[in-house]
Write a protein that binds this ligand. Structure first.
Ligand SMILES: [Zn+2]
Length: 442
């Protein structure tokens, strides 16, 4: 048994949100008990003890939309002038970069990004992967990185028609094989979804085929939805309907499906998202940086759509994303009260619920029976910390760099800012060599 105690325990359980001098007991990868430190230590004298030294103990964070490979674009310069719009960013940066990736790049970029996740307290990620030059086996390489880094991961490969029929076939097979692998391995750390790029790069025929394969495997989808206006315009022009309507008609929506972005959705589409129980993921930093607009997340949440929070590869720090989600709503609506409750709800309720359903056990809460993903945060509140003001303390007092210890599935992957099982310097050195070659091929 492992005890993590002597800290302000934030449970994210509304029945008992805060335990002062609290402790969490972990056994077999799950939370066994939560309570007072003295009580749990007395009853489990032989347990290993991680001392939070008066700091904050809380659930690890979940990122429901990520692109691990995007880490390898950091610092990269395009040869000509900067892209002016989202479609140009895709064509001139991301679709060229993902095509140049080798399986080794896929593995190393995943390792680098997952190390970053661990250091920022992000313990569960939903990745959306693309490497058209190295499709087959790419998800197994990311899963290998997930197991080494210890990061709980739900993976998928994005199917698209933009690289031709052969790559589309390989991509469908990659999803099929990986989903079969997940079923067979029953590894609590790794799960799969069926990946789709976006409506505007997928034909009706390919989408219908993907829907058939995913139904056979009882899998949901992870897909970009109405991120830019170009996606909507193309859909209306070619298919005579809006993006969400098209995906609905082709059987892509549903309670297991993750619809990233949903920036340009109208009232009818919001009804379809709610009615189908589709999960919408808000990516505030990415949307702002790509200048695609601001998703109507407040309206979606008010109308009962489940909304989670992702980063789209922009960062691995969910605390940062939380801050931006909060500010964006105020900026967008011109109301200083907008986003206060919704931004924390996306991260601590929406993401937790999505991950819990995907991994089959509670995630994102420190309650008995939950997956034991726990972080210790170096935060000593200068003002009273109470059950009712936790979100405000997290919003203004904590960043990813505040995380000192990360435990995933009961395994201590980082303690006092040191990774226990990975040689970080060695991984970074290998990554830099790999990136040099990748940038030359780009
Ligand atoms: Zn994305």
């Amino acid at each position: 048994m492992l005890l993590v105690g002597n800290g302000n325990l934030i449970t994210q359980d509304s029945r008992l949100p805060l335990i002062e001098d609290g402790c969490v007991a972990i056994e077999d990868g799950l939370i066994a008990e939560v309570g007072a430190t003295a009580d749990l230590q007395r009853r489990h004298p032989a347990a290993q003890f991680v001392n939070a030294r008066g700091r904050v103990i809380m659930p690890g964070l979940v990122n429901t939309h990520m692109h691990l490979y995007s880490t390898f674009a950091r610092g990269m310069a395009l040869k000509d002038e900067a892209p002016e719009n989202f479609l140009e960013i895709l064509k001139r940066l991301w679709w060229r970069l993902d095509k140049a990736l080798t399986l080794e790049d896929v593995y190393l970029s995943a390792m680098v990004a997952m190390i970053d996740c661990v250091k920022n307290g992000t313990t569960t990620i939903f990745d959306h992967h693309s490497s058209p030059g190295a499709v087959t086996g790419s998800l197994l390489r990311i899963a290998e990185a997930a197991r080494q880094a210890g990061v709980r991961s739900c993976l998928c490969y994005e199917v698209t028609d933009r690289e031709g029929a052969e790559i589309a076939d390989q991509s469908i097979e990659e999803n099929r094989e990986f989903l079969a692998h997940c079923k067979q391995s029953e590894d609590p750390l790794v799960r799969g979804l069926f990946g789709l790029h976006a409506s505007f790069t997928l034909s009706d025929q390919t989408l219908a085929r993907c829907a058939r394969v995913a139904a056979e495997l009882d899998a949901g989808f992870h897909v970009h939805v109405a991120e830019g206006e170009a996606d909507v315009a193309q859909c209306e022009r070619e298919h005579g309907k809006r993006v969400v309507e098209r995906l609905h008609d082709l059987g892509i929506l549903g309670s297991k499906t993750i619809a990233a972005h949903c920036v340009h959705v109208n009232s009818v589409e919001i009804d379809l998202l709610r009615g189908s129980k589709t999960n919408v993921i808000h990516n505030p930093e990415s949307n702002m940086a790509n200048a695609v607009g601001s998703a109507p997340v407040l309206e979606m949440m008010r109308r009962g759509v489940r909304v989670g929070l992702g980063t789209d590869g922009y960062t691995t720090d969910m605390f940062e994303s939380l801050k931006v989600a909060n500010m964006l709503q105020k900026h967008q609506t011109g109301r200083s009260d907008a986003g206060w409750t919704e931004a924390p709800a996306m991260l601590f309720s929406g993401n937790a619920a999505i991950a819990s359903e995907c991994f089959g056990s509670p995630v994102g809460k420190l309650i008995p029976g939950a997956l034991a993903d726990v972080i210790v945060v170096d935060y000593d509140p200068p003002t009273p910390l109470r059950g009712a003001n936790i979100a405000s303390h997290i919003l203004f007092g904590v960043s990813g760099r505040s995380v000192i210890t990360t435990i995933i599935g009961g395994r201590i992957v980082m303690e006092d800012r040191k990774l226990l099982e990975i040689d970080e310097q060695e991984v970074m050195a290998k990554a830099r060599v790999s990136v040099e070659k990748l940038w030359q091929r780009f």
